[in-house]
Design a protein around this ligand. Structure first.
Ligand code: ATP
Length: 275
């Protein structure tokens, strides 16, 4: 099985400046990551190494972007996967995949001569749900146990230091063992952006688009309460599509305004119960 390894060799794909409306999450994250950047001091002071950071919050708020930016910030290789990739019918397969994941991180790090690797597990609740509950069964438990074993085995002086970042919007569902010191003991909240945050995100997603003079992004930010970063990205894109359909060379305010409804409609359609 090949995990999605995107080595960040020269220029990281994403940096913290590309993420809008999440300044407190970014600050908390940077503070935690500075532990990795100042490894020598940490070893000298005998501080326990940072092994896991959990990002919690609703979908589309930028958790994956934050993990990618964290890899760039720490000059680490980046390996992404989802909790659902570990769930298999056959006993032991999930646990074996967890072992492979950590091995891939170490091997790729060595091959690319990097000191650190960042593993990002999206939807960790799928594999890290509370053990021994009705919803969970033996195979899930083995997979989770293996993740705990791998994390416990991470050492500060490993040739390639591995940091695990994980994301969930159901932190209450997680097995408490995952949140113990030495595992995911840093929890960073990634909430929906407020008005100012929405404005920042809109600016980021409009920065390479031709905008007409009448565009008022402040107004669009005011009218998009409860929109996530993903919704706002989609809004900017829909606005451009509407402009193209009308044969306009620039995106006008009304295009973005109309796109708000389009994105909201899409959201409603997404929420239709599946038959
Ligand atoms: P999920 O929980 O569904 O995996 P997520 O929180 O990981 O979602 P991302 O995958 O990081 O969300 O975001 C999806 C897309 O939405 C990004 O590629 C980006 O275009 C846009 N986006 C989301 N949040 C932000 C943000 N804070 N700033 C800029 N763009 C954002």
């Amino acid at each position: 099985r090949i995990f999605n390894t995107a080595p960040l060799t020269h220029r990281p794909e994403i940096c913290f400046d590309d993420i809008g409306g999440q300044s407190s999450a970014i600050n908390e994250l940077k503070e935690a990551l500075d532990f990795i950047r100042n490894q020598e001091k940490i070893i000298k002071l005998g501080i326990r190494p940072l092994k896991g950071i959990l990002l919690t919050g609703p979908p589309g708020t930028g958790k994956t972007l934050l993990a990618k930016a964290a890899a760039g910030y720490t000059d680490s290789i980046f390996i992404a996967c989802s909790g659902s990739e570990f769930i298999e019918m056959y006993a032991g397969v999930g646990a074996q995949r967890v072992r492979q994941l950590f091995q891939t991180a170490r091997d790729t790090g060595q091959k690319l001569k990097k000191d650190s690797a960042l593993i990002f597990i999206d939807e960790i609740d799928i594999l890290g749900g509370k053990r021994g509950q009705n919803t969970s069964h033996h195979e899930y438990d083995q997979t989770l146990n293996q993740l705990l074993v791998e994390m416990d085995g991470l050492k500060v002086n490993d040739k390639v230091r591995v940091l695990v970042m994980a994301a969930t919007n159901r932190v209450d569902m997680l097995d408490p063992a995952l949140l113990r010191p030495g595992r995911f003991d840093r929890v960073v909240k990634v909430d929906l952006p407020d008005k100012q945050g929405r404005l920042e995100i809109l600016k980021l997603h409009c920065r390479n688009k031709p905008l007409a003079k009448d565009i008022n992004l402040e107004e669009i930010a005011r009218e998009t309460f409860s929109f996530s970063g993903a919704h706002l990205e989609s809004l900017a894109n829909e606005g451009a599509i509407l402009a193209m359909r009308e044969g306009c060379l620039k995106i006008e305010h009304r295009h973005l305004h109309e796109a708000i409804d389009k994105v909201m409609m899409g959201e409603k359609l997404d929420r239709r119960p599946s038959k």
